[in-house]
Ligand binder design. Structure first.
Ligand SMILES: Cc1ncc(COP(=O)(O)O)c(C=O)c1O
Length: 399
């Protein structure tokens, strides 16, 4: 198929729910992508933060190939060795007490399960979520997602979901009561511009939840698996959740979601209360085990901290150098550069310069590269950004 045919078939048949950029991705390796014409790009998007161990990581490929030849599907009502292995690995790297797991297929599903578990355990209906939050677009997860643009066309959603300002402990104290099943929070908000929780906020939420016998759900779907320079972003603030949601990077690009919970919390879920045909399938489990082993063996968490510091330093320098740049933010390799204008053209110009960048809101450049990105690639990305921003500055300030 030629480029025009690929684009026209996708445009003709795929539900038009995605905002598309003109890039046909044909191949990936590490932090490098190639388009249908063999042109090479540095990938700072990582499939929306999925490709943490790099595209087509050889250990993930080997694990998937070997498993595909043995068994691809195995329902949760039977036992399976790779699933057992993954559960053991996952629990061993997870925060204290996160030792029961429900396996699903996506981030939104991980959140759906978390909401059901919290309601069942507490026998309370109310969920307190944060302004600026993003937890997915299925109806339950959407109910806890802040953006009115995403929520309003689909009302009525879950009743008894309240929003409280992200980062304001006093407002949270007022919002949470003995009616609250759980508070759900991202340690660093990803979709609303890479906003880390202000120091002390997560600790205060922990205390507020304990006081009201409410559960604390931490959504680590974008931040987990070393992305922020710690295995879990909540470690930066030394706060343990009661329920944790995972997805994106977990299976190296294969679909998987995981909801982890304290033993006693998960014990409230009985046979038949929740299930998923594909959840915990052997192919994704084999991939996820390889991902965890690779992260640990190759020291990717430390690498994210080191490469992230180099990348962020460069972004901070750009923010100082140009008036059109407002602020650099983030931790590890979860970074943003907030601009003073709509960055859509910058994303297109980035593609012309062979760098794939993600947005996070209209004026914020977001960087979620694979953690295997090299220093040389980061330097090149920073050079490209410098050129692109210089052009924007000229058109905006010198005309
Ligand atoms: C923090 C967070 N939660 C939930 C989700 C939803 O995940 P999915 O798109 O796999 O449903 C996302 C996706 O971007 C996310 O960033």
């Amino acid at each position: 198929m030629n480029e025009e045919e690929i684009i026209s078939l996708e445009n003709k048949y795929l539900a038009s729910t995605y905002s598309k950029l003109p890039l046909i991705v044909a191949k990936g390796r590490g932090a490098t992508l190639w388009d249908a014409n063999g042109r090479e790009y540095i990938d700072c998007m990582g499939g929306y933060g999925v490709a943490i161990v790099g595209h087509c990581n050889p250990r993930v490929i080997d694990a998937v190939k070997a498993q595909a030849e043995k068994l691809i599907t195995c329902h949760g009502s039977h036992y399976n060795e790779v699933r057992a292995m993954l559960l053991d690995r996952l629990v061993s790297i997870s925060p204290a007490k996160m030792n029961r797991v429900f396996l699903s297929n996506s981030g939104a599903e991980a959140v759906e399960a978390a909401i059901k578990i919290a309601r069942k355990y507490s026998r309370r209906p109310e969920i307190v979520a944060m302004t600026g939050s993003y937890h997915g677009k299925t109806l339950g997860a959407l109910s806890a997602t802040w953006s009115p643009r995403y929520r309003e066309p689909f009302q009525p959603l879950l009743p008894e979901v309240k929003f409280t300002p992200f980062g304001d402990p006093e407002k949270a104290r007022a919002a949470v009561s003995n009616k609250t099943a759980a508070v759900i929070v991202e340690a660093i908000q990803g979709e609303t511009g890479i906003k880390p929780a202000p120091d002390g906020f997560l600790q205060e939420l922990r205390e507020i939840c304990d006081k009201n016998n409410s559960l604390l759900i931490i959504d680590e779907i974008q931040t987990g698996f070393g992305r922020t320079g710690r295995m879990w972003a909540s470690e930066h603030w030394k706060v343990d959740p009661d329920i944790m949601c995972l997805s994106k990077a977990i299976a190296g690009g294969l679909p998987m979601g995981a909801t982890l919970a304290r033993d006693d919390v998960m014990a409230s879920m009985r046979t038949g209360d929740h299930s998923s045909t594909f959840g915990g399938n052997p192919l994704s489990c084999a991939a996820a085990t390889a991902v965890i082993d690779y992260i640990l063996d190759e020291g990717l968490v430390e690498r994210a901290a080191k490469m992230g510091a180099i990348f962020k330093d460069g972004l901070e320098r750009l923010a100082e150098k140009y008036r059109v740049a407002r602020e650099a933010r983030g931790l590890g390799l979860m970074l943003a550069l907030e601009m003073r204008f709509d960055i859509h053209d910058m994303l297109l110009n980035g593609l012309k310069e062979r760098v794939v960048i993600l947005y996070s809101g209209k004026n914020i450049l977001r960087f979620l590269p694979p953690l295997v990105i090299t220093e040389k690639q980061i330097v090149r990305v920073l050079e490209v950004l410098d050129r692109l921003i210089k052009t924007e500055e000229k058109t905006r300030f010198e005309n």
